[in-house]
Write a protein that binds this ligand. Structure first.
Ligand code: ZN
Length: 199
């Protein structure tokens, strides 16, 4: 039986892995990514393809709609996966840059807008998206078929995430003294355009 992923793995093993064995061994000895990329789970986003990077260069944190939750008390109920990944990359690996990469046609932002930012019972997605609930108010209810409506909300959500990054004391401290650079980008999955987003 054909298995697309295992067939792909065979090609990887005989191609890239065989041709780059020394580089991969060197990379395995150290973990020194140059950038933390916080992006969406969306399958249409492939960071290493978009930015032409090699394994080991990007520390990628993926979640629904590339959100950064605010820094919360670790005693508070919940599992802080994104916060844990950030803490490891910033305080242990001392990665010098964070990029929040949002994108067009984001399903997470779309569901937030269509739910008007209201919590939906039993929905992990709406609970998660409530991190940027005010973004829903930026959508013009009459223009939900206009991509611009969603672009505006996607970019605003990136702004909130950039703001939330600064609520982590170990990020704010490094950003202030210049050890950490922070940027926001919006990627259009239809035409490949990349746009800078500020806070
Ligand atoms: Zn998305």
């Amino acid at each position: 039986m054909k298995d697309k992923l295992l067939d792909g793995y065979e090609r990887f093993k005989q191609g890239y892995l065989a041709e780059n064995r020394d580089r991969i061994h060197t990379m395995a000895e150290t973990h020194t990514p140059s950038c933390i990329l916080i992006t969406c789970c969306d399958a249409r986003l492939e960071p290493s393809l978009i930015f032409d990077t090699d394994p080991g260069e990007l520390f990628v944190i993926r979640n629904v709609a590339n959100l950064v939750p605010p820094c919360e008390d670790e005693e508070k109920p919940g599992f802080h996966g994104t916060s844990a990944a950030l803490q490891f990359a910033v305080t242990v690996l001392e990665v010098p840059e964070i990029i929040v990469l949002g994108h067009s046609r984001c399903g997470g932002i779309r569901s937030l807008v269509l739910d008007r930012g209201e919590l939906q019972p039993g929905s992990f997605i709406s609970r998660w998206m409530s991190i940027v609930a005010p973004v829903a108010d930026l959508a013009d209810g009459d223009k939900l078929d206009d991509p611009e409506t969603f672009h505006r909300c996607e970019k605003a959500a990136i702004g909130y995430s950039l703001e939330n990054l600064m609520s982590y004391p170990w990020i704010a401290e490094r950003a202030r003294d210049g050890r950490l650079k922070i940027r926001g980008w919006h990627y259009n999955i239809y035409d490949g355009e990349l746009e800078q987003v500020s806070q």
